[in-house]
Design a protein around this ligand. Structure first.
Ligand SMILES: [Zn+2]
Length: 304
């Protein structure tokens, strides 16, 4: 099904694609009430779990995928917004989809943010065949080395954890605890990071699933106009002592307060979320970059 969709996709106008995906999402939503946005089964604490650094109640990781050149143009504003509120995050760029600005990458690194690789193209074809993946992995590895980055996220959250071993990474972030609205909807069933074993030829890596719904799903597909779903899920994650990992896209954020196009939401919604975490859970969370999360797990907690 996915292969067919991605073959046809370039021929379908964006407006129609969104209209179709909206219909599908809204139709499915009542069916998944017991597993989305919260799947109670995802709360299992890992074996021998010593807790978060500094005895914090939960962990907070902020990430962004930058889909297009238009999204890249909004990154500076997003960086400033997070800095103003005292947050840091990772930005994942698509190396061959648009000209990735080295100046922007440097700004991110200088200011204590992180840069990651988001596929090679954003065309849904990375996993078409084993050969395709291997070919693209070579180029992805070059960008990982050049930028330099230690983290990867697949476009459209497609994933094959076995193949991802081909990448020279410390962590992958192409999965989620539960998300019935993704093209490949198999959740990993946990709100904690986990180690993916290597074998004799390949080293292992950390997997960091996102645990809060994506902005696109909530605000573009479902047309939510508040952050109730993020709050409900975050409060639950806090109760379970898990990792709140959010993926948002500058592409879909509207910063100037003007009329929203079909793929935009007011950036205020993201700001509302950051303020909520900051005010309600002050001093109670470990705010980490994804690579810090991966290293805490591999070096401190899990000894492999
Ligand atoms: Zn993407």
């Amino acid at each position: 099904m996915n292969t067919v969709y991605y073959e046809l996709k370039p021929m379908i106008p964006r407006r129609v694609q969104i209209w179709l995906r909206r219909k599908v999402a809204l139709g499915k939503r009542p069916l998944y009430e017991t597993v989305w946005p919260i799947d109670e089964k995802c709360n299992k604490v890992p074996e021998g779990w010593p807790g978060w650094p500094e005895e914090k109640r939960f962990a907070l990781v902020l990430t962004h995928d930058v889909e297009t050149a238009k999204g890249q143009a909004k990154c500076s504003e997003l960086i400033e917004l997070e800095q103003r509120l005292g947050f840091r995050s990772s930005f994942n760029f698509v190396p061959k989809q648009y000209e990735v600005s080295s100046e922007l990458r440097n700004t991110l690194v200088r200011n204590g943010f992180e840069v990651g690789v988001h596929g090679l193209y954003h065309d849904g074809k990375l996993y078409t065949s084993r050969t395709m993946f291997q070919e693209r992995a070579k180029e992805i590895n070059q960008y990982l080395h050049e930028w330099p980055s230690v983290g990867f996220r697949s476009p459209s959250m497609l994933h094959n954890l076995d193949w991802i071993h081909d990448l020279n990474i410390e962590y992958d972030a192409s999965t989620f605890d539960t998300d019935s609205f993704e093209p490949q909807p198999d959740g990993v069933g946990t709100i904690f990071p986990f180690w993916v074993d290597g074998n004799s030829h390949q080293k292992g890596y950390m997997e960091l699933p996102y645990t809060l719904a994506q902005d696109f799903t909530l605000f573009i597909l479902m047309r939510e106009r508040n952050i109730d779903i993020w709050i409900r899920k975050l409060d639950w994650i806090v109760k379970k002592g898990g990792m709140a990992l959010l993926n948002t896209h500058p592409d879909y954020m509207n910063f100037d307060g003007q009329r929203l196009n079909i793929e935009e939401y007011p950036v205020r919604l993201y700001t509302d979320f950051l303020r909520y975490v900051k005010d309600k859970y002050k001093g109670q969370y470990w705010h980490a970059l994804p690579r810090e999360m991966a290293r805490f797990w591999t070096k401190g907690y899990q000894t492999r």
